[in-house]
Design a protein around this ligand. Structure first.
Ligand SMILES: *[C@@H]1O[C@H](CO)[C@@H](O)[C@H](O)[C@H]1NC(C)=O
Ligand SMILES: *[C@@H]1O[C@H](CO)[C@@H](O)[C@H](O)[C@H]1NC(C)=O
Ligand SMILES: *[C@@H]1O[C@H](CO)[C@@H](O)[C@H](O)[C@H]1NC(C)=O
Ligand SMILES: *[C@@H]1O[C@H](CO)[C@@H](O)[C@H](O)[C@H]1NC(C)=O
Ligand SMILES: *[C@@H]1O[C@H](CO)[C@@H](O)[C@H](O)[C@H]1NC(C)=O
Ligand SMILES: *[C@@H]1O[C@H](CO)[C@@H](O)[C@H](O)[C@H]1NC(C)=O
Ligand SMILES: *[C@@H]1O[C@H](CO)[C@@H](O)[C@H](O)[C@H]1NC(C)=O
Ligand SMILES: *[C@@H]1O[C@H](CO)[C@@H](O)[C@H](O)[C@H]1NC(C)=O
Ligand SMILES: *[C@@H]1O[C@H](CO)[C@@H](O)[C@H](O)[C@H]1NC(C)=O
Ligand SMILES: *[C@@H]1O[C@H](CO)[C@@H](O)[C@H](O)[C@H]1NC(C)=O
Ligand SMILES: *[C@@H]1O[C@H](CO)[C@@H](O)[C@H](O)[C@H]1NC(C)=O
Ligand SMILES: *[C@@H]1O[C@H](CO)[C@@H](O)[C@H](O)[C@H]1NC(C)=O
Length: 463
C-alpha cells in the first residue's frame, strides 16, 4: 500500500447522513469522492447501514483511506461480501466500531501483515473489510455447478511477512464458496459455519456506472479470520492427529507461513485404529506416517481435482505421492497414498498410479470435508489415517497392540531442527514462479496463495 493524506474525511462524514445531496460536496480527487458517495448511497438505499457507516468510518483513517483508494483504483472486478445490519448485531459490531474485547490485545487479533508500525486501533476494521473483499467477480453463476467449492483470494494479507522470498510478494487469505440450494445464493463456507448471501448482488442503481468494478453481495454473517492450525485441530474429533503432530514435534513448522502455504489432510479420530496407533510408538515410523499427511510446498484446494478429469498428484513432505481424485459418484473425493516417488520418470505418473492401485498396500481415504481455510494454509478432513506402504507391510506382522498414542512429552527426543522442513535458500530465489507453474496442471488453473499482487485472480475456477 501507500500513504495518502486525509483528503476526503470531513466530506464523507457529511455525506453519510445526507444521502441525495451529494452535489454539495467537493474534494481534491473528485472521482474518488463520486465513487465513495455512490458506494455509500447504494449501501444506504439497500438498508446496509452498518456497513455504510463502516465505510465512512474507515475513510477517516489513514489505513482505511488507503484501502478505499485501492478499491477505487483497482481496475479488476472486486466482490464485497456486505454483512447485513443484523449480521453485525449478531457479531457485536456497531458504530463507533470500538475494538471488540476479544481483539483488544493486538497479538491475538488478525494483523495486517507487511505494514510497519501497525497498532492503529482501526487496523482490525481494515482487516475486516479486507477479509470481506474478494478478488474477482463472484456470484452463483461463477461457482461450480457440481456443488464443489470455488476458491478465491480475499484482500487480507497473510499473517506473517513472507520469509524466504521476495519482500514484494504477498500472500492473501482465501475463502471457499459454493452454490446455495435455492439456486441463487452463494454459501460462504467458513470454519465457523456457513454464511449465505441474499439471492444476488444489490442493484447499483443511479450510480451511472461509477461502481462498475464492484459486486456487492449482502451476506448474513460477518466472516471471521480463519484460525491457525492448532486452533483448528481443537475441533471435536481431530484430537488424535493433533497429538500425533505434537509427538513428532512439527506443529509449529507446519503452521508457519511458507512461500507455498501448506495443505494438511487430517484424519478424524475414528480413523486411528489400534494398528495405526501402534506405529506411533516408533519414532521413525511416526514421522513417516505424520509427514504423509501434509505438504508444506502447496496450498491445494478442491477445484484442482474436482474440476478436472485428471487426478491431482501432490508430493507430501514424507516424499510419498498422494493422488487425489473425484470418486465415480462425481461428488466425494478420494485420496490414495502411493509409493516413493521414483526419481525422474516424468512419463510414469499414470502407470505409477495404476501400479499403486494394484498394490495391496496402498492406503485410501475419503475426504469428509474439503477446503477448510486456515491461517497460512488449508485443511481437508479425511476418514482414515494414510499409512505409508512400507509401514503397513512391517506393521502387519508386529504384535504390538499398544493402543495409546504416546503422550507428547515421552517422545520429544527429536530436536525441532531435525524435523524442520528444509529450504534450499539458493533455489528459493525463483521459488515463486516455479511454485505457481508447478501447480498449473492440465486444464485447471489453480494457483498457490502466493498471488503476485492483485493481478492474480480467480484461481481455480477458470476451467
Ligand atoms: C489483554 O491484555 C490485558 C493486560 O494487558 C489482560 O489483562 C487481558 O486478559 C488480555 N485479554 C486477552 C483477551 O488476552
Ligand atoms: C524465517 O523462518 C525461519 C524458520 O523457518 C526463522 O528461523 C527465521 O528467523 C525467519 N527469518 C526471518 C527473516 O523472519
Ligand atoms: C453448512 O451447510 C451444509 C449444507 O449446505 C450443512 O450440511 C452444514 O451442516 C452447514 N454447516 C453449519 C455449521 O451450519
Ligand atoms: C493459534 O491461535 C490461538 C488463538 O488465537 C493462539 O492462542 C495461539 O497462540 C496460536 N498458535 C500459534 C502457533 O500461533
Ligand atoms: C483420540 O481420540 C479419542 C476419541 O476422540 C480420544 O478419546 C483420545 O483421547 C484421543 N487420543 C489422543 C492421544 O489424542
Ligand atoms: C518442495 O519444493 C521444493 C522446490 O520448490 C523441492 O525441492 C522439495 O523437494 C519439495 N518438497 C517436497 C516434500 O515435495
Ligand atoms: C493392474 O492390474 C490389472 C489387472 O488386475 C492389470 O491388467 C494391469 O496391468 C496392472 N497394472 C500394473 C501397472 O501392474
Ligand atoms: C495395509 O495393507 C493391507 C493389505 O496388505 C490392506 O488391506 C490394509 O487396508 C492396509 N492398511 C492400511 C491402514 O492402509
Ligand atoms: C514379518 O513376517 C515375516 C514372515 O512373514 C518374517 O520373516 C519377519 O521377520 C517378520 N518381521 C517382523 C518384524 O516380525
Ligand atoms: C505402549 O506405549 C507406551 C507409551 O509410549 C510405552 O511406554 C509402552 O512400552 C508401549 N507398550 C508396548 C507393548 O509397546
Ligand atoms: C510430562 O511432562 C510433565 C511436565 O513436564 C510432567 O509432569 C509429566 O510427568 C510428564 N509425563 C510423562 C508421562 O512423562
Ligand atoms: C540447492 O539448489 C541448487 C540449485 O537448484 C542446487 O545446485 C543445490 O545442490 C541445492 N542444494 C541442496 C543442499 O539441495
Amino acid at each position: 500500500m501507500f500513504h495518502s493524506p486525509h483528503l476526503l474525511l470531513p466530506l464523507l462524514l457529511l455525506s453519510s447522513t445526507v444521502s441525495g445531496q451529494d452535489d454539495q460536496l467537493t474534494c481534491p480527487d473528485g472521482d474518488l469522492t463520486a465513487y465513495l458517495i455512490a458506494l455509500i448511497d447504494t449501501l444506504y438505499w439497500n438498508g446496509l447501514t452498518t456497513f455504510e457507516e463502516l465505510i465512512v468510518h474507515l475513510s477517516e483513517t489513514d489505513a482505511g483511506y488507503d484501502l478505499l483508494h485501492s478499491l477505487y483504483s483497482s481496475g479488476s472486478k472486486t466482490t464485497i461480501l456486505v454483512p447485513t445490519d443484523s449480521a453485525f448485531q449478531q457479531a457485536g459490531i456497531w458504530p463507533p466500531f470500538d475494538t471488540p474485547s476479544s481483539l483488544s490485545n493486538s497479538s491475538s487479533g488478525p494483523s495486517s501483515s507487511g505494514q510497519a508500525g501497525g497498532s492503529d486501533p482501526d487496523d482490525w476494521l481494515v482487516d475486516l473489510l479486507s477479509l470481506h473483499t474478494l478478488q474477482g467477480d463472484w456470484s452463483f453463476d461463477s461457482l461450480p455447478s457440481n456443488g464443489g467449492n470455488g476458491i478465491t483470494s480475499t484482500w487480507l494479507s497473510m499473517k506473517d511477512e513472507m520469509n524466504d522470498t521476495s519482500s514484494q510478494s504477498q500472500a492473501f487469505q482465501a475463502v471457499a464458496m459454493r452454490r446455495g440450494q435455492d439456486g441463487a445464493s452463494v454459501v460462504i463456507d467458513g470454519w465457523w459455519g456457513n454464511g449465505t448471501t441474499w439471492s444476488g448482488p444489490v442493484r447499483n442503481g443511479g450510480d451511472n456506472g461509477v461502481l462498475d468494478n464492484l459486486v456487492l453481495l449482502p451476506v448474513n454473517e460477518v466472516l471471521s479470520s480463519p484460525p491457525n492450525l492448532s486452533t483448528a485441530l481443537t475441533a471435536t474429533g481431530l484430537s488424535n492427529f493433533s497429538s500425533a503432530l505434537d509427538v513428532v514435534g512439527v506443529t509449529d513448522d507446519l503452521g508457519r507461513l511458507t512461500g507455498g502455504g501448506f495443505t494438511v489432510f487430517v484424519p478424524v479420530d475414528e480413523g486411528w485404529t489400534d494398528d495405526v496407533k501402534a506405529m506411533m510408538n516408533d519414532e521413525k515410523a511416526a514421522r513417516a506416517l505424520v509427514k504423509s499427511h501434509y505438504s508444506t510446498n502447496y496450498t491445494l484446494y478442491s477445484p484442482a481435482w474436482s474440476l478436472s478429469s485428471q487426478p491431482f498428484v501432490l508430493t507430501l513432505d514424507s516424499g510419498l505421492d498422494l493422488t487425489i481424485s473425484l470418486s465415480s459418484d462425481g461428488v466425494s473425493s478420494i485420496v490414495t497414498l502411493g509409493s516413493e516417488e521414483p526419481p525422474n520418470q516424468p512419463q510414469s505418473r499414470q502407470s505409477q498410479v495404476q501400479a499403486e492401485e494394484n498394490s495391496t498396500s496402498v492406503s485410501t481415504a475419503k475426504i469428509l470435508k474439503s477446503d477448510i481455510t486456515l491461517e497460512n494454509g488449508v485443511m481437508h478432513v479425511i476418514d482414515t489415517v494414510l499409512v505409508p506402504p512400507s509401514l503397513n507391510a512391517s506393521a502387519s506382522n508386529t504384535t504390538n497392540t499398544n493402543t495409546s498414542l504416546p503422550s507428547s512429552n515421552t517422545t520429544t527426543t527429536s530436536s525441532p531442527t531435525e524435523v524442520k522442513v528444509e529450504t534450499n535458500t539458493t533455489a528459493s530465489q525463483s521459488g515463486h514462479a516455479e511454485k505457481a507453474a508447478r501447480v498449473d496442471r492440465e486444464g485447471v488453473k489453480i494457483r498457490t496463495l502466493v498471488a503476485l499482487g492483485l493481478a492474480v485472480l480467480n484461481w481455480g475456477l477458470l476451467a
